[in-house]
Design a protein. Sequence first.
Length: 240
Amino acid sequence: MDLFGKITVITGANKGMGKAISKKLGEMGSTVYMICRNEKKGNDAINELKMQNPSLKLILKIADMGRPADILQVTQALYKELDHIDFLINNAAINLERSDTRINNLSINIFEETMNINVRGPFLLIQYLLPLLFKSNDARIINFSSGLGQLTVPRMGYYPAYSISKTTINAITKNLAHELKDAGIMVFSVDPGWVKTDMGGPEALLEIEEGIITPIYLVTEKKQNLQSGEFYKEKEILGW
Ligand SMILES: NC(=O)c1ccc[n+]([C@@H]2O[C@H](COP(=O)([O-])OP(=O)(O)OC[C@H]3O[C@@H](n4cnc5c(N)ncnc54)[C@H](OP(=O)(O)O)[C@@H]3O)[C@@H](O)[C@H]2O)c1
């Protein structure tokens, strides 16, 4: 698929799935604004990807998604450079919990940090960037969720703060899609599956290239084949 002229903004792009998606969309011709919290890690990622393919249009932006002032500042920088955004991919997230963390021993600091980065960050970025998304004729917002955020299935694991944060991002997807239903901006949640990244760990079932299949599908598939306000996994709509 040809994404020449399309503008992508993606968070958490210096490693894992964010980096792989940046590469893939860049190869399809999109200009990709990669929001990373660490300048060196961001530059290293971009240099590595450009070494493999010098024609990639990858641009580093620095913001810690847990800090509202950073999000405002990066947004202001994007407004100076761009007249529209086509794809906003809220990929950055943390899971700081140990496997024995439960609600009754979860520290409020970890709960707040998780919610700040995984929920408040994407919420603010969406809010600030919506006017630029309105200027696209095919805007899409893709929020990274997780099977741990699903409420309609038996619990698959613990990690309560992470799990609650992903349920909340699903609620943002649902509400926002409803608000934007006549505006032409599509909004999705995606569960990439259990993927071998620093977060997923080495035991995970999927390679990174497999984990990004559905997020890339949500960017590239014809909009008439997609349903805004839904939760996708393996290119299919998943129960909430
Ligand atoms: N891997 C899985 O099995 C799995 C399963 C379900 C859902 N997911 C979701 O998929 C998405 C991508 O995960 P991944 O597995 O690729 O994780 P990853 O390899 O750990 O990468 C996470 C990325 O987010 C960035 N990040 C974290 N906190 C940030 C902050 N405050 N500001 C800016 N960037 C920040 C990290 O930057 P640093 O390098 O600076 O830390 C890194 O670039 C996440 O939303 C995750 O919850 C993953």
